[in-house]
Design a protein around this ligand. Structure first.
Ligand code: AMP
Ligand code: TRP
Length: 329
């Protein structure tokens, strides 16, 4: 079985966009691959974050992934900061990354170009830590959004550099960028991505929103004045977005939805989307609350941490031997 790994950064509350664009895919992958999924909480501290919020987001993330169908018997789910080997290998790979390489990474480049102040050294070196997260587990594939592809490429370069300098140590991973992974747009500005860092609460659906609140958000989604239900991202981005959400959650293809809506108005479509979203959230949240109440998040993380730690311990020991860092015989 090929191995796959991905990390999720607990910087905000998960949205319906995260579910449709990412979580759903993970759930599908766990049958085909040996899957490792971890909460990348050490990446969340590259910018200031309230400890209470970090803790809450991390727990919610694990509980929501489980509620959505991630099966801890198939997938190794763990918390990055519980494995000191990530920081250890991160430092070693930082020492094998060039300043020029890290300066080319878009997140750092964009922030510096905008003249942002208070950029931490951690934000600068985080792609090396991400390379450590990946190379530690020898995955064949790393599914990421397009914005993260550059980081997986750095991990490839570092793996090749290390293997070349010290002999074969790491599998060279491949980024797996979703083909046409549905992109869910903001409900208030449907030409912009629905994002967990959005300021206007009416624009996004949080996976933990009250279903009644989510329903209202759908009913007040921005559309257009053309009055026909078609899938046209350019001319009717709001309607296209509602059709995408409906299709993703109900598994009905967009063409068939459009046929049903011939001669009908936006109001009816919104009512159906609102109902489907609200039913989806009700079901997801019931599972989420059961998981939280059962206390199983801690047990699942402990088991996942242990499984991951066995691999991480061996990998770092090997790396240290190769580098001449371990001297006791
Ligand atoms: P982010 O929330 O930007 O850290 O992204 C986490 C994962 O969710 C990535 O795989 C993204 O591609 C996916 N994702 C985030 N927002 C959306 C969205 N609006 N539509 C589809 N996928 C999304
Ligand atoms: N940097 C990724 C993000 O911002 C999260 C992440 C950290 C990650 N380590 C990873 C993703 C390793 C894939 C593999 O979303």
């Amino acid at each position: 079985m090929k191995r796959m790994l991905s990390g999720i950064k607990p910087t905000g509350r998960l949205t319906l966009g995260n579910y449709i664009g990412a979580i759903r895919q993970f759930i599908a992958y766990q049958d085909e691959y040996e899957l490792f999924v971890f909460v990348a909480n050490m990446h969340a501290i590259t910018i200031p974050i309230d400890p209470k919020i970090l803790r809450q987001n991390s727990r919610d993330m694990v509980a929501l992934y489980l509620a959505a169908g991630l099966d801890p018997n198939k997938t190794t789910l763990f918390l990055q900061s519980d494995l000191p080997q990530h920081a250890e290998l991160g430092w070693i790979l930082t020492c094998h990354s060039y300043m020029g390489e890290l300066q080319r990474m878009t997140q750092y480049k964009d922030k510096t170009a905008k003249g942002e102040t208070g950029i931490t050294a951690g934000l600068f070196t985080y792609p090396s830590l991400m390379a450590a997260d990946i190379l530690m587990y020898d995955p064949d594939f790393v599914p990421v959004g397009i914005d993260q592809k550059q980081h997986v490429e750095l991990a490839r370069d570092l793996a090749e550099r290390f293997n070349h300098r010290y002999s074969d140590t790491f599998v060279v991973p491949q980024p797996l960028v979703e083909k046409v992974g549905a992109k869910i747009m903001s409900l208030q500005n449907p030409t912009k991505k629905m994002s967990k860092s959005e300021d206007n609460p009416k624009a996004t659906i949080d996976l933990l929103d009250e279903p009644a609140v989510a329903r209202k958000k759908i009913l007040s989604a921005v559309t257009d004045s053309l009055g026909v239900i078609r899938y046209d991202v350019e001319e009717q981005p709001g309607i296209a977005n509602l059709l995408t959400i409906l299709s993703a959650l109900s598994h009905e293809d967009i063409d068939s939805i459009i046929k049903r809506y011939e001669g009908k108005g936006y109001g009816e479509l919104k009512q159906e989307v609102a109902q489907v979203v609200s039913d989806f959230l009700t079901d997801l949240q019931a599972k989420y609350h059961d998981i939280v109440a059962s206390g199983s998040v801690d047990d699942i993380l402990k088991a996942g941490n242990e499984r991951a730690a066995r691999i991480a311990y061996k990998k770092v020991a090997k790396v240290k031997r190769k580098l001449g860092l371990s001297i006791i015989k």
